[in-house]
Design a binder for this molecule. Structure first.
Ligand SMILES: Cc1cc2nc3c(=O)[nH]c(=O)nc-3n(C[C@H](O)[C@H](O)[C@H](O)COP(=O)(O)O)c2cc1C
Length: 381
């Protein structure tokens, strides 16, 4: 039987989808809606000793991206401890409390938040972009104060996410969530010249556009650190979730898509993952998890990893080839070919292997996947 069941740090999730910290996890009511819609687990909005105040406006939907200047939870700690967290315990999904922002603060918050009902903690720690020490100290102090799994939220803005992953793992972190929304983006209203996020002028970037970066960071953490990861960033469909799992994520974080499409998005995404699995004869997510990692070139030397472009390139003897039976003769390949390698004969498009550089552009833009790579000799035939 096909199943979405996922094990996360000893907890049984009925779906790999985890609601990442954000406005949709701001209290009991919103998290309950997500649980009813089929989310596997939820990470609360980041709880602080002193509640935050949000700039107004603080949210902006752009084309393929989202900007926000939302701060941490605006709910006072006492209400989290006395009302929200105890009620969340009634739900059938694991609750991860996100707490921040300094080692002192999280060490103080952790015991009371766990006592109030959090089953796991996620630490959101202010840190310099090349200094993991505040995270390391936060993990050590929280781990010695509570007996629940501790995750650390990591950002792709860090100088080297692998170094941070190793550091927090060594300090005792059980898992990481990656990535956070990115610093930072601006959108200008061209009529007025004002930035759309009026008070601050810039915001953190999330949504579709950050998915490739999120996948890269998740793949790196999976390969080099080998710690469980809630892979987060730009996931908006079941196919995106499958991509995230393929890059080694243990579970899949979703924030912006739930904001934009509402809690029912979780139901649809679960259905999409199940449809994909059924279509491809996959019964368990373990068959998907990490399957792409062996095909990514991970240099062993740290210097080569950080300065990847210095690595030697192997030229192949391949060219793109159009399958005429699948081709719909739209001509996109001819229009985009940078090397004039696509010829038209009586309405049919044919690639000249001698000119083709196998750059991949036509392959990625063909609307019906009619173009694939072949050895040049074979394509010439
Ligand atoms: C409006 C908004 C508020 C967020 N608030 C928090 C937060 O309080 N704590 C936190 O760790 N991450 C927060 N995030 C980051 C998300 O948890 C997530 O890591 C990021 O948005 C990338 O995922 P996505 O592309 O699915 O949104 C917030 C993101 C958004 C868009």
């Amino acid at each position: 039987m096909t199943t979405l069941k996922t094990n996360l740090l000893g907890f049984k999730l009925h779906s790999p989808l985890v609601a990442a910290s954000g406005p949709m996890t701001r209290n009991f009511t919103t998290i309950k809606q997500l649980a009813n819609a089929g989310i596997g687990a939820a990470i609360t909005k980041t709880i602080l000793l002193t509640p935050s105040t949000n700039p107004q406006p603080c949210l902006y939907r752009g084309k393929g991206y989202f900007l926000n200047t939302e701060r941490c939870s605006t709910i006072p700690l006492q209400r989290w401890l006395e009302e929200e967290l105890p009620r969340l315990r009634e739900l059938s999904i694991p609750i991860i409390a996100s707490i921040g922002m300094t080692p002192d603060e999280v060490a103080e918050l952790a015991p009371s938040v766990v006592e109030a009902g959090a089953q796991m903690l996620e630490l959101s720690i202010f840190t310099g972009y090349d200094d993991p020490q505040p995270m390391v100290e936060a993990v050590r102090r929280v781990k010695s104060a509570v007996d629940v799994p501790v995750l650390v939220k990591l950002s792709a803005n860090l100088h080297d996410i692998v170094e941070f992953g190793h550091a927090v793992q060594k300090a005792g972190a059980d898992a990481v969530s990656a990535i956070d929304a990115l610093k930072a983006g601006v959108r200008v209203d061209v009529t007025t010249g004002h930035p759309v996020l009026l008070q601050q002028g810039f915001g953190r970037i999330s949504g579709e556009s950050i998915k490739p970066l999120a996948l890269y960071n998740v793949a790196q953490l999976a390969h080099y650190v080998g710690i469980p990861i809630i892979g987060t960033g730009g996931v908006t469909s079941g196919a995106d979730a499958v991509e995230m799992l393929s890059c080694g994520a243990a579970a899949v974080g979703v924030c912006t898509a739930l904001i934009l499409d509402g809690p029912d998005k979780a139901t649809r995404m679960n259905e999409q993952i199940l449809d994909f699995m059924n279509e491809h004869g996959i019964s368990s997510l373990d068959e998907i998890r990490g399957r792409t990692l062996s095909q990514i070139d991970f240099p062993e030397a740290t210097e080569e990893r950080q300065e990847y472009e210095k690595r030697q390139v192997q030229l192949t003897d391949q060219a793109a080839f159009i399958d005429q039976e699948t081709c719909i003769k739209c001509g996109v390949c001819r229009r985009v070919c940078l090397y004039g390698a696509v010829n038209e004969f009586d309405g049919a498009f044919v690639i000249d292997p001698a000119r083709c550089k196998a750059c991949g552009l036509c392959v990625s833009m063909c609307p019906v996947n009619a173009i694939a790579y072949r050895e040049k000799k074979e394509a010439e035939r």
